[in-house]
Design a protein around this ligand. Structure first.
Ligand code: UD1
Length: 353
């Protein structure tokens, strides 16, 4: 059986790693990189550190507005799908690369599987929400990370195509956490347990200068150093708006590679982010997280007390960040760290009609 994975953006490389390993010896695995993320720190370093084979194809699409970027991927994927004629096209998460590959596959009548199916923010302003809803409804096989995701899929009439596999990011997080345990902190100028780790990159937080100013001001006023891992989108927009990323408690550095990110998050006193992946990683590491968004797809992190949603324009971010530690929990809403094997089981054992 030949399975063709399409990835393009940073969180997809992390999800691809356990899948690529689980595929070995069970299916022929073709990796196609759209080129949505192309910087060394946003792409290559993940393939290297996580032992992912080099992509078989790189479309080198690069950045652009939603329409132009998605269209370039769609046009580029068609001949690749034709050449490889895969038994499954496997798409990951909710980025423009996911949607482009989903549309290309269904138009060519290729069986389509969606990994991380069923997540919903119910916020129609987010490009990720359009991408995931459209992809779920196009796909033949929906691989869900949690019971909540399974419920969303059932509610939308997609139960028959859905399989609960667990979360593959949990697989890679646990393996990486164990591999980096005991290594020195990969950050200069801060002590373990005495800093906050932050990432901000969502368009709703970065694109409006008033909102971005409120976020940066509240981060700068926190009671401990804040290490801000600056995504290229944030750097570009802060510069455009004339906003400094280095002031008060705030100190910006380039994005970290995955093992260093896990080590830094595990050693932090708290995470402040708008990233979906990092909210969940903080929970899995049992580090309190404060999320600068009105809602989250990973609702279990909030229900269990390890994540709090805050709007820094109307609420006190500092009060949320310094809140007392939540009650300990041994809940495992995202599975047992063996989701990738179940994904391959489902792909190898199930034929879409
Ligand atoms: C994308 C995903 C988002 C995911 C995020 C992870 C969509 C709609 N969004 O958002 O779900 O959480 O990736 O990082 O697909 N840039 C660079 N170098 C790079 C990549 C991006 O400089 O390697 C800059 C470009 O100027 C670009 C901007 O960052 O305009 C945004 O990149 P893009 O891929 O469009 O979206 P992200 O914000 O990264």
């Amino acid at each position: 059986m030949r399975i063709l994975s399409v990835v393009g953006a940073r969180p997809q490389f992390v999800k691809l790693a356990p899948i690529a390993h689980a595929m070995a010896g069970r299916a022929e695995h073709v990796i196609v990189h759209t080129g949505q993320h192309y910087d060394e720190a946003m792409s290559d370093v993940f393939f290297r550190d996580l032992g992912i084979p080099e992509p078989d194809v790189n479309l080198e699409v690069g950045s652009g507005r939603h329409g132009a970027q998605t269209a370039a991927m769609l046009a580029g994927l068609e001949p690749v799908f034709e050449e490889y004629a895969p038994d499954w096209v496997l798409v990951y998460g909710d980025t423009n690369s996911t949607l482009a590959a989903a549309v290309a596959a269904v138009k060519m009548h290729l069986p389509l599987a969606h990994l991380e199916a069923g997540l919903r923010s119910f916020n129609r302003r987010m490009p990720e929400e359009h991408n995931r809803v459209l992809t779920d409804h196009a796909a033949d096989l929906l691989l869900a990370p949690s019971e909540v995701a399974m419920r969303h899929l059932a509610h939308e009439g997609l139960a028959e195509r859905s399989v609960m596999v667990g979360d593959v990011m949990t697989d890679v997080l646990f393996a990486t956490r164990d591999a980096v345990a005991g290594e020195p902190l990969p950050l200069d100028g801060v002590e373990p347990g005495a800093f906050y780790l932050s990432t901000i990159h969502r368009p709703d937080n970065t694109d409006d200068p008033t909102r971005l100013t409120a976020i940066l001001d509240s981060l700068a006023s926190l009671d401990r150093p804040v290490v801000l891992l600056a995504h290229p989108r944030l750097r570009a927009l802060a510069e455009q708006h004339g906003l400094s990323l280095d002031r008060g408690a705030l100190h910006a550095i380039p994005p970290l590679a995955y093992p260093q990110l896990v080590a830094a998050a595990a050693a932090s006193a708290g995470v402040v982010t708008d990233s979906g992946g990092l909210q969940k990683e903080a929970f899995l590491l049992r580090v309190p997280c404060t999320t600068i968004r009105p809602e989250t797809e990973w609702v279990e992190t909030v229900e269990l007390g390890w994540n709090r949603l805050v709007d820094p324009e109307t609420q006190d971010l500092a009060a949320a960040v310094v809140r007392p530690l939540p009650a300990a929990t041994d809940a495992t809403p995202y599975g047992d760290g063996h989701a990738a094997r179940r994904v391959v089981d489902a792909l190898v054992g199930v034929q879409a009609d």
